[in-house]
Ligand binder design. Structure first.
Ligand code: SF4
Ligand code: SF4
Length: 179
């Protein structure tokens, strides 16, 4: 796996201390959590993740709607990979909304063994263009100047890291390669 996208930024540690970071969600919104491919799960398990760190989630309509927002114009592919009567692996989440792998010192997995979505967040690609998901809870966004460029600097990410990690995520999730 080629996932040496940047390195853990000090800003993420401070973020976790203040508001729980992107490793937490609002309880009740677990079904929106991104899916984990078999390859990603295998890498995580090799790094120490246990069965209790994963959850089998039905492909609910809100989950599918969210994927279709992430991958516009790819509904046929999404429906075939995640049929409405099927299910997928996701991260297990505590009743308080934290990823079960989140410890007091941050993620319990080494960076190279984390899910692609975790490595990429808050960045994404749409129609070949880099973007980031705006979040008032993201300490890096609060500290960054200069929009996306400042955010990349703050998170030790480069444009090449973002594009490579997005490509690897697509491959792992079964989406076709984009040119
Ligand atoms: S796997 Fe690690 S980086 Fe990803 S949500 Fe869980 S604790 Fe955060
Ligand atoms: S990427 Fe943003 S939300 Fe996630 S831990 Fe880092 S600063 Fe916080």
């Amino acid at each position: 796996m080629d996932t040496d996208a940047g390195s853990d930024s000090d800003v993420c540690a401070r973020c976790g201390e203040q508001n729980g970071s992107c490793c937490t969600l609002v309880p009740g919104q677990e079904e929106y959590c991104f899916p984990l491919s078999a390859d990603e799960r295998a890498v995580m398990e090799k790094a120490g993740a246990k069965p209790e760190h994963f959850f089998r989630q039905h492909n609910t309509q809100p989950f599918l709607d969210n994927l279709n927002r992430l991958f516009p114009n790819e509904a046929d592919c999404i429906n075939s990979l995640f049929p409405p009567d099927g299910s997928h692996d996701r991260l297990a989440i505590t009743p308080q909304g934290s990823c079960e792998l989140l410890g007091s010192a941050g993620c319990g997995l080494p960076r190279q063994s984390r899910p692609y979505y975790c490595l990429l967040y808050p960045f994404w690609l749409r129609h070949g263009r880099e973007l980031y998901f705006e979040s008032s809870n993201c300490q890096a966004q609060r500290e960054a100047g200069g929009g996306g460029a400042g955010l990349m600097r703050r998170l030790n990410m480069t444009s090449a890291d973002i594009r490579r990690t997005y490509r690897e995520l697509r491959r792992a999730w079964g989406l076709p390669e984009q040119r």
